[in-house]
Design a protein around this ligand. Structure first.
Ligand code: NAP
Length: 283
């Protein structure tokens, strides 16, 4: 496992474990425990996943010293704004059973995220959060926030996999010193990614699986990955990517698979803004 150094000097693992779409508390606790036992140290949850308390229980049960862990959670759209963000952060910390957080992200570029950002800056300066960032901020919104914030985001978590490689977004992130983190590193299992012939033929050359090649390609270009699985053998398989290196030719072949836009969610439509603003996680 390798780490990457964020702009503020904080070390973040290049690979972690994501827990989106594991709403069942017992299952979530079990798989996070298994992931930690397998060697993952970065866990990526969110208030909207409704499983922060299960993640918290698995962390406690693991017995792993707090300083060895890197825990991320996210602020939901409904809780945007300065005051709401402070409250939502406190609630997330209680559910996780933590007294500080490694990374807090604004989950979506909607609602009063400038108000939220001021709250994140204060929590960061007070030492409650080691790094702050955003998700799904495409170049124009990311640049605007970086230009106007007192503290620019350290991380932008965006969809990123062989079919959508975020070439333009990465250029903007590099300009502002923002680390990219990939959500949906397997395109959420869509588009027959695991049976793709190009990826399978590359995998065969290295004696690796298609899943391992997909993850290796991203970490090899400096992109943090947070694959999700509820299967112990896949959780272990997905971590076993640190003993091989893809050749430049294979990296280029995968670069050629980019379609250049999301086929999962389009953040540039009014429908998406309306849907995510309307998605409530509490009264
Ligand atoms: P993903 O990790 O791209 O894909 C998960 C899918 O791949 C599941 O169906 C899983 O099935 C399958 N899978 C995992 N490992 C496999 C393997 N080795 N072989 C075959 N199939 C495998 O999708 P994701 O969960 O959406 O994304 C990862 C994390 O990113 C999330 O958990 C979440 O933490 C984060 N995320 C963030 C945002 C955001 O807006 N910030 C959005 C989406 C996700 P099984 O579980 O059945 O094994």
């Amino acid at each position: 496992m390798e780490n990457v150094k964020l702009r503020n000097g904080v070390e973040m693992p290049l690979e972690g474990f994501g827990v989106f779409q594991i709403p069942d508390a017992a299952q979530c606790e079990k798989v996070v425990y298994e992931a930690l036992a397998a060697g993952y140290r970065l866990i990526d949850t969110a208030a909207v996943y409704l499983n922060e308390d299960a993640v918290g229980r698995a962390i406690k049960k693991s017995g792993i010293p707090r300083e060895e862990l890197f825990i991320t959670t996210k602020l939901w759209v409904q809780d945007a704004g300065y005051e709401n963000t402070k409250k939502a952060f406190q609630l997330s910390m209680e559910k996780l059973g933590l007294d500080y957080l490694d990374l807090y992200l604004i989950h979506q570029p909607y609602n009063d995220y400038y108000g939220s950002w001021r709250a994140l800056e204060e929590l960061y300066e007070a030492g409650k959060i080691r790094a702050i960032g955003v998700c799904n901020f495409y170049p124009e919104r990311l640049a605007d926030l970086c230009l106007n914030a007192k503290i620019a985001p350290m991380v932008d978590q965006v969809e990123c996999h062989p079919f959508f490689q975020q070439v333009e977004a990465i250029k903007t992130m590099e300009e502002f010193g923002v680390q990219i983190e990939a959500w949906g590193p397997f395109a959420e299992g869509n588009f027959n990614i695991f049976s793709d012939e190009i990826l399978a033929s590359i995998a065969a050359k290295y004696g690796k699986t298609t899943a391992q090649v997909i993850l290796r390609w991203n970490v090899q270009r400096g992109v943090i990955v947070i694959p999700k699985s509820v299967h112990k053998e896949r959780i272990e398989e997905n971590l076993n990517i640190w003993d091989f290196e893809l050749s430049d030719a294979d990296m280029k072949t995968i670069a050629g698979m980019d379609v250049g836009h999301s086929q999962i969610i389009d953040h540039f439509t009014a429908e998406t803004a309306k849907f995510l603003n309307g998605y409530k996680i509490h009264d």
